[in-house]
Design a protein around this ligand. Structure first.
Ligand SMILES: Nc1ncnc2c1ncn2[C@@H]1O[C@H](COP(=O)(O)OP(=O)(O)OP(=O)(O)O)[C@@H](O)[C@H]1O
Length: 323
């Protein structure tokens, strides 16, 4: 059997919140027992609402943050046990694209200099070779090579994200983590960047971890989708099976993603009204919100007492969406 490019086993990250006034410590479990893998040239989508632990997971996978426990193996090498030099070498193959394309670039540097930065850090090529590589990268992401002398403020958000992608590709990575990389972009530009990522994947044989709170975008790019809730992965399923997902939280996310369709929205309003009449809660979250009335649901999504707070806020979001 082929070894996955990335495998994660029982990963946990707990933050400590120190209350200086009362000198007390509170443990904040950001991620809990996460296990997953990413194959070569595969895109794993990670979806979940704000605060569910997606970015913390990304930072732990990249070796940017030390997990509390668990293992992350990249290309057969244990990242969590790697020393600084090994980590530096591994990072060549592991890149990240962040949400805010402007903040990710130095406003005082030309975009050419920003793209050249990783090449200089790893001592790759001389000045002329690097200029050639910058030209190639800009063209690969659909921009003109002349743009390399311009500054970030001279570009649109979509163009800036293309520049960030070019920089992420400079070291020929095997895995790129896209952490809400298209969330700040408008509809058509978002779709163009997703298409660009897919083309680059085919051309450069890259794997992606594509993190987003937007299931519609994830469906467009991912081969498999991991659904996160309260720091845990509640299910991982092939993207083509999403519509038939059985897990109530995945169904809730699908339902929230459908709010743009007026017919579906009316249908949901009707079923929510029926459920509200019966249980006092909308259908999607009946089980979670009414834990004690529906233990079967809670067992299914492994909801524990501390998570009920998160569920409570999700419930409010759902009520809001249903209107
Ligand atoms: N450095 C930190 N110290 C303490 N708590 C943290 C820290 N970073 C994240 N957290 C907490 O961990 C939880 C998960 O945060 P995280 O940013 O990973 O969520 P997320 O799903 O990426 O959310 P968003 O989509 O809003 O960025 C949150 O409750 C957050 O407050």
């Amino acid at each position: 059997m082929k070894q996955p490019l990335l495998s994660v086993a029982n990963l946990k990250k707990h933050y400590i919140d120190r209350d200086t006034f009362f000198a007390r410590k509170k443990v904040l479990p950001a991620i809990e027992n996460v296990s997953l893998h990413v194959d070569r040239q595969e895109t794993l989508g990670i979806v979940g609402e704000s605060g569910c632990g997606k970015s913390t997971l990304a930072r732990c996978l990249m070796g940017l943050e030390q997990p509390t426990s668990g293992q992350v193996q990249f290309d057969g090498i244990e990242i969590t046990a790697a020393g600084p030099e090994l980590l530096r070498q591994l990072r060549r193959k592991l890149q990240i694209v962040f949400q805010d394309p402007y903040a990710a670039l130095n406003p005082f540097k030309t975009v050419g200099d920003s793209i050249a930065e990783p090449l200089i850090n790893y001592n790759l090529g001389n000045y002329h070779e690097r200029q050639g590589k910058i030209d190639q990268l800009l063209i690969a992401v659909g921009l003109k090579s002349e743009y390399k002398t311009r500054y970030p403020h001279q570009f649109s958000g979509g163009q800036l994200q293309r520049i960030n992608i070019a920089r992420a590709l400079a070291l020929n990575p095997a895995l790129v983590v896209c952490d809400e990389a298209v969330s700040n972009l408008d509809g058509i530009v978002k779709a163009q960047i997703v298409d660009l990522l897919r083309r680059l994947q085919a051309e450069h044989h890259i794997s992606y971890i594509f993190i987003s709170h937007d299931l519609n975008v994830v469906k467009r790019i991912a081969d498999r989708v991991a659904v996160m809730l309260g720091g845990k992965i509640v299910e991982i399923l092939p993207a083509q099976d999403l519509e038939n997902a059985r897990h109530p939280y995945t169904r809730y996310l699908l339902s929230a993603a459908l709010t743009g369709d007026p017919a579906r929205r009316r249908q949901r309003n009707k079923s929510a009204a029926l459920n509200e009449a019966e249980h006092g809660y909308p259908d999607i979250l009946t089980g979670c919100a009414l834990k004690h009335r529906c233990p079967e649901f809670c067992e299914q999504c492994r909801v524990e007492e501390p998570l009920l707070k998160t569920i409570g806020s999700i419930h409010q979001v759902a009520c809001h969406l249903i209107g």
